[in-house]
Design a protein around this ligand. Sequence first.
Ligand code: PLP
Length: 394
Amino acid sequence: MAKAGRGIGTLAVHGGEPPVRPSRSVTEPVVFASTYPFADTAELVAFMRGETDRTPEYGRYGNPTVAAVEAKVAALEGAEAACAFASGMAAVTTTLLGFLRPGQHAVLTDDVYRKTRVFALDTLSRYGVETALVEPTAEAVAAALRPNTRLVFTELPTNPYLRVPDLDRIVSAAHEHGTKVVLDATFATPVNLRALEHGVDLVVHSSTKYLGGHNDVLGGFVCGRRGPVEAIRDLRGTLGGILDPHAAFLTLRGIKTLELRVRRQNATALAVAELLEGHRAVERVYYPVLASHPDVQVARALLEGGGGVVSFVVAGGLDGGRRFVDALAIPKLAPSLGGVESLVEQPALMSFFDLGPEGRARIGIAEGLVRLAVGIEDTADLLTDVAAALDRIA
Ligand code: PLP
C-alpha cells in the first residue's frame, strides 16, 4: 500500500489529479504553448513578486500538462514534488550538476547506467568534481565516503546484472556522514520499490522505460522534498531539458496502467528466469529474486517483484548469444526495457560494443550475456518462444 492508504494502482490512475478539471474532461488536456500571457501589468508584477500561483510565463519553466504528470509521479513516489525532463539523462545530469560544486566528491556505484558514469567521469571531472566508482555494496559505499563527499548516487536493480545493494545501509552510512543519496529507481519502479520510505533524498527515473511503458516516448523525473526539487527545477529552466507537452501527455496516459504492466512483467520475468535456470544451454541466470542471485535476500526484502528484466549467459559465447537472439520470434532486438513490447539485446553487441572483448572482460560483461526485457505479451507465449530459441542453440 502506498501513501494515504491508497494502493499504487489507484494512485497510478487518480494520483495527483484534481477532482474536477477546468475543462471538465476526465483526461488531462494537452496545452501546446511556449508563452503564457498576463491579463495586465498588475498580474505580471504580482507574479514576479511570487504572489500568484499560475503557470510560469514561459514554456521552458513549466507547462500545465507537464505539471500534471509531475503531480502524478510525485503521488506515486509519495514525494512532495517532482520535476519532469526531456529524458532520463536530462534528469540525471541536471540533478548531478545541481548538487555538486568544484572540490566536492561523489560516490557512484560502478554499475549505474553507463552514460551516468560517463557524465561523472568525463564531464563533472572538468568542473573539479571527483568521482569514486565503487562496487554496489553498502560496505564499499561506506568505505569510499570522504570529508568532501556531497553525494552518493546509486541504482537498483542495476543493469545488466541486476544487483540490489542494501539501500537502508547505504542511506544510513551516507546520512551519518552528512551526505545525500540519489537513487536511480528506473528498473525498480514505484510499484516494486517505495524508495523515499527508505530515506533516499531524491529518486530519479527514466520514464522512457516503465513509467511511459509503451516504447514511444522519452522522459525523466526527479522526485523528493520540495526544496531540492525546486532548486533542480530552477536549473532545468537554465539548462533547458524540460519535458515536451505531448510527451507529458503520453507519459500520463502510460502511467495509468503502470501497476498492471509491472505486475505482469514481474510474473513473466520470474517464470522466464526459472525456465532459463533449468536449461542446458544457459550457463548463468541473473534475476534479483531468484535464490541463485547474490543479492536475493536484500532484493526479496526491498522489492515487491524482481522487475521485467532477466539477464543470462548462454552457452557458446558471442556466437551462442547471437544465435539465441536471432532465433527469438517475439522480442525485438533493440535497446531499452519496461515497455509493452518485449525487447532483447546482447550487451556485448549493443551498449558495450565499443569496448571490444578485452574491455568488456575488464568490466565483467560476458560475451554470451543476453538481456531480455519482457513486455506484457502472454507469459506462455514468451516461455514457448524462449524455450524454442534455446533449443536451437543447445
Ligand atoms: N537510468 C537508467 C537506469 C537507464 O536504464 C537509462 C536508459 O536506459 C537512463 C537512466 C537514461 O534514460 P533516457 O534514455 O531516458 O535518457
